[in-house]
Design a protein around this ligand. Structure first.
Ligand code: KG4
Ligand code: ZN
Length: 350
């Protein structure tokens, strides 16, 4: 297979990458848009305009670094959902334009599938495995049984875990995005000082809930006079919050593994997979095994492939192209696109 160019524009990262047919990364670029910080969250219209401004130059740069012309490509892939529709239109429209001009295939990739398959690129693992997809917009336990074969075992009933980190970051006056800042501050704090709730811990199934935990943090913060919190107290709250999240993650992962007896690896993906406390807690669950089963493997992609990137989109496209699947140019980008929908399945020839 010849190289694949891929584009990622579903949220606030503009990214492009070129992989050769075997999955070797020839060039990659990610631009995290900083323009949203002043608004305390991603502004969809600003994101779409920024993608439009940066994408053409970025694609030209990765193609040049890969030493390729468009005529050398096998296919062009883009994240086509779920995500912010303006950005998705920019990215998939660009990819379709290149595909049409070159007469090559277009692959519209489900962004969640791209996160889900990354561990196969980085660690070469086989199916099936349990995926915890932990990001700003998603928080799900997924049984990954094959390319296009995803079974949702559980998910959040309110906030996504990254959203909870971002809200707690805001409450502690740390700016946006809150996740990395909360983790840095938590390193200085004492996790045992404040007893924070651990929502759904011990409950059957593997659903998540974070709004009660976030509200508990808001109550703690609200007890202080207006203005910045004393640094020591802010650090202790951050540490207590992060410890509660890690404990809940471990518990939910244990339950999910109980629901998936054939799982050979536990994989964590998405922006929150960058969090050291969460990674350590999940690694512990994988290594200890569940209900008398021996421990299983633990895979966390390198940090740069945890957050949104185009390498994962290119890899998902390669996985699909190997099975003979590409997309029609009429495939419209979708703001919502569940992983376990019938349209994700890859028809296997009898
Ligand atoms: O996957 P991602 O880059 O974008 C999507 O939401 O799809 O995830 C971003 C989320 C944000 O909520 C951010 O605060 C969180 O991941 N995050 C972290 C860390 N790094 C990023 N949360 C906790 N600890 C981190 N180190
Ligand atoms: Zn993502």
């Amino acid at each position: 297979m010849r190289p694949v160019l891929a584009i990622e524009t579903s949220c606030d990262e503009t990214a492009a990458a070129v992989l050769d047919g075997a999955g070797v990364i020839l060039a990659e670029a990610v631009l995290s848009q900083r323009d949203h910080a002043a608004f305390g969250g991603v502004v969809p219209e600003i994101a779409a305009r920024a993608h439009l401004a940066h994408l053409p130059g970025m694609v030209a740069a990765v193609m040049a670094r890969a030493g390729l012309g468009y005529g050398d490509l096998e296919a062009v892939a883009a994240s086509s959902g779920p995500g912010l529709i303006g950005g998705l239109i920019v990215g998939s429209g660009f990819a379709k334009g290149v595909a049409m001009a070159q007469g090559i295939r277009f692959v519209g990739i489900n962004h969640l599938e791209a996160h889900a398959l990354t561990a196969r690129l980085t660690d070469g693992i086989g199916f099936p495995y349990l995926l915890l997809l932990l990001s700003g917009g998603h928080c799900q336990c997924i049984a990954v049984e094959g390319v296009g074969q995803y079974r949702r075992l559980g998910g959040t009933i309110d906030d996504a875990v990254g959203e909870a980190f971002d809200k707690v970051g805001k409450l502690l006056g740390l700016g946006w995005p809150g996740g990395p800042a909360v983790e840095r501050l938590a390193r200085l704090g004492d996790a045992r000082r404040f007893a924070l709730p651990r929502p759904l811990l011990g409950r059957a199934g593997c659903d998540f809930s974070f709004s009660g935990l976030k509200t508990a943090v808001a109550h703690l913060v609200g007890a202080y006079p207006a203005g910045p919190l004393p640094e020591r107290d802010a650090a202790d709250i951050a540490a207590g919050f992060q410890a509660a999240v890690a404990a809940v993650m471990a518990d939910r992962a244990r339950h999910a593994l109980g629901m998936m007896p054939g799982a050979r690896n536990l994989v964590v993906a998405g922006g929150v997979a960058a969090n050291g406390a969460v990674r350590t807690a999940l690694e512990g669950v994988a290594r200890e095994g569940v209900r008398g089963r021996a421990g299983i493997g633990f895979v966390a992609p390198p940090l740069r492939l945890c957050g949104d990137n185009a390498v994962m989109v290119a890899w998902a496209a390669i996985e699909r192209l190997r099975l003979g699947v590409a997309s029609d140019l009429s495939q419209a980008p979708r703001p919502r696109w569940p992983l376990d929908g019938a349209d994700m399945r890859v028809a296997v020839e009898a």
